[in-house]
Design a protein around this ligand. Structure first.
Ligand code: FE2
Length: 230
């Protein structure tokens, strides 16, 4: 459907984009304030559904982080090379079982701003270069396998963050992963904030539940799961 393809092209990323590493993003005082904000989150607000797969507790759209994300719109737009607006965010508290398998995110994470709050030691994250979106499911699975087995033809780059540093990558167009957190039986942890941004003006389009209406294709509403958050 060319109309759909054309509309979704806004979520593709310029193939020449390189991950941006922002050193000294937060100063000591800002970092201290942020850590206090994290420590003040009540235990009952922590979501447990990713403990098994990722070894992490998460909190979505915590109000102080929503406010912080909104303030960064100009900064992230500059880094991304296009005007953006906030989408969702979450805090991720990785434990000694922390791991993140290679994956691509949905277009709602076209731009992912990953900020390190605290950690036991640096924990590298790896990225592929910008990939063209796979044409079908088999191609996607093969692409994923190649990244996982370290035989991908895409350039893979690893970066480590220090607390107060951030990265901006394109989560929907770059395979990304973290190997198991270096634990050595000691207490290992990594507290990260993920702010997701989308191109300005695409908040309706990014949600699959809106596609039936936007493209006048009622059949789309019959796809299982299409009502879910992207
Ligand atoms: Fe991701």
């Amino acid at each position: 459907m060319p109309e759909f393809e054309n509309a979704m092209a806004v979520f593709r990323t310029d193939p020449s984009y390189e991950v941006q590493h922002i050193r000294g993003f937060l100063d000591e005082r800002e970092l201290k304030n942020l850590r206090e904000e994290v420590a003040a989150i009540p235990r009952e607000a922590l979501e447990l559904h990713e403990v098994k797969k990722f070894g992490r507790l998460i909190v979505h759209d915590w109000p102080p982080f929503v406010a912080m994300q909104a303030k960064l719109v100009d900064f992230v737009s500059e880094l991304a090379g296009e005007r953006v607006e906030p989408c969702y965010n979450f805090l991720s508290l990785y434990s000694r079982r922390g791991v993140c398998e290679p994956h691509l995110d949905t277009p709602s994470a076209k731009w992912t701003f990953d900020l390190c709050i605290d950690q036991s030691e640096p924990w590298p994250i790896s990225f592929s270069s910008i990939i063209p979106w796979p044409e079908d499911r088999d191609a996607l699975v093969e692409d994923w396998r190649a990244v996982k087995e370290a035989r991908s033809h895409y350039k893979i780059r690893s970066l480590s963050l220090e607390p107060g540093e951030a990265l901006l990558f394109s989560g929907a167009s770059q395979w990304h992963f973290r190997d198991p957190i270096p634990a050595d039986g000691r207490r290992a942890f990594c507290d990260l904030l993920f702010f997701h941004y989308i191109p300005e003006g695409t908040s309706e389009l990014v949600q699959p539940r809106n596609w039936a209406r936007l493209f006048d294709v009622p059949e789309l509403d019959t796809i299982p799961g299409i009502e879910l958050h992207a």
